[in-house]
Design a protein around this ligand. Structure first.
Ligand SMILES: NC(=O)c1ccc[n+]([C@@H]2O[C@H](COP(=O)([O-])OP(=O)(O)OC[C@H]3O[C@@H](n4cnc5c(N)ncnc54)[C@H](OP(=O)(O)O)[C@@H]3O)[C@@H](O)[C@H]2O)c1
Length: 162
């Protein structure tokens, strides 16, 4: 299972249920990676999307504890056990955990590849991703050239479970 995340230099990933910054080429990378695949997210991340709608041309799997929660064109699951059962239907390589903080933390143990857009800036954040640089189970296996977006510098970094 994969995960994909954009994190700042302190592994901050969001504030007030929004992204810290939206970088067009990072959004493009996200679309390319996940297109046609299965995306797994928490209810709060779904609701942070434009009009709270699932992502097009992907199988959207949404975690919530609310048994009455329904969204057109999304599969709703209510626990980690249920999400893992649902995901057995798909090829492991086709599955992307796309956030947010709570869901990354819960599903990280089941992921073996992490696509991290590392932004070299410290934003004010209220949601964080676990620091993979301090986790001995993970190693960097690929890093892009440094990219820039106005005065922000960022790189696409691939981590894999050792
Ligand atoms: N930088 C990035 O790449 C990136 C990517 C995605 C999101 N984000 C940011 O992350 C923030 C949102 O993260 P978050 O941690 O607040 O929320 P989240 O992980 O998106 O969603 C949390 C919600 O998911 C449901 N959930 C999670 N685990 C569950 C379980 N085991 N069983 C049942 N339901 C479960 C619950 O919904 P109910 O409350 O309905 O029960 C929970 O409140 C936002 O700021 C967003 O912009 C950043």
């Amino acid at each position: 299972m994969n995960l994909i995340v954009a994190a700042d230099k302190n592994w901050g990933i969001g504030k007030d249920n929004k992204l810290l910054v939206s970088i067009p080429s990072d959004m493009k990378f996200f679309r390319q990676e996940t297109m046609g695949k299965v995306v797994v997210m928490g209810r709060k991340t779904l609701e942070s999307f434009p009009n709270g709608l699932p992502l097009k041309n992907r199988t959207n799997v949404v975690l919530t504890s609310d048994k009455n929660y329904q969204v057109k064109d999304a599969v709703i699951v209510h626990s980690i056990d249920e999400v893992l059962e649902e995901l057995k239907k798909y090829d492991d390589d086709e599955i992307y955990v796309i956030g947010g903080g709570k869901v990354y933390e819960e599903l990280l143990p089941y992921c073996d590849v992490a696509h991290v857009t590392k932004i070299d800036f410290a934003f004010e954040a209220d949601t964080h991703f676990p620091n993979l640089d301090e986790d001995p189970e993970w190693e960097i296996t690929a890093t892009s050239d440094e990219q820039t977006y106005f005065d922000l510098e960022y790189t696409f970094v691939k981590y894999e479970r050792k």
